[in-house]
Design a binder for this molecule. Sequence first.
Ligand code: ADE
Length: 340
Amino acid sequence: MTDKILTFSSEKQSIVTGSALPDDCEPDIISLRPQHFSDYIGQPEMVETLKIAIEAAKQRSEPIEHVLFHGPPGLGKTTMAHIIASEMGGKLTVTSGPALEKGGDLVGVLTHLGEGDILFIDEIHRTPKAVEEFLYPAMEDFAIDFVFDKGVHARSHRYRLKHFTLVGATTRVGMLSSPLRDRFGIFKSLDFYSENDLINITRRSAKLLGLSIDDESALELAKRSRGTPRIVNRLLKRVRDYAQVRSDGTISVETVEAALALEGVDKVGLTNLDRSYIDTIIKFYNGGPVGIDAIAATLQEESDTLVDVVEPFLLKMGFIIRTSSGRKVSETAYRHFGIK
Ligand code: ADE
């Protein structure tokens, strides 16, 4: 395998980005990832749609249709691709839009897929246009068209592919071209998880890591993890380390509070970057409305990080409002931060 496959996002990250960090590829994270629907907690409508599609495809002895997942980082898009592959009994190949730099990169991956295999393309909205052109016939006709020569001498050769399933994931569904979007048979948006789901995910992960955690501590972690399983698992590990080194190894509400204070994570899961974002709009732009590029420039952050990682949770909390003339800080945020 080349490093173009099994490649994840390399955007600027902090402990609460929700994006995959190198740490997430360690053996213990692999085992935290549910492998089957029976281990999966949350997103009941999506799970039901996929269970039906998989069952129906299996009954017809066909691969499941191409699936597109949309939603903020860390909500389980990659996990779902793993589950689809294991439930269908196919091999999973993982790559990402930015890793597919040339048509040849994608052709190499496609030609190695077997019947019923799953190809997962993360950040599919960042696939270069020239590469995307190869995806259309691959998705629709399970073929690649090679064109030789130009003008009157142009000839094309069709290479047949095995019947595979493409699972695409994106944080920006609006950036997908319509020819690509239209070739997916199943389209699912992942939502932030409820507090109850996150408590159950924390309990499950703690058990897998051999930790004991009381209900109050699990609730405290759930409240501070921005509705995101990847974050709750990451914070649980930081709390585990803190309890081990600074306490007697027991996880309590006090260790959760102390460990997360050290990480700059507050009672509702806001981080230093969230606070700076809100602060910038209030101090420099009078509470808004202000364009995302201006906020990014003032904060010296990538605007993609703000849009993909910071804003979805602030919007969900009702702390910011997106208007046609830019972002505005809401009354709720002024109240939460105690600003007049
Ligand atoms: N770990 C991460 N996401 C999970 C989920 N949705 N269910 C169970 N464990 C998880």
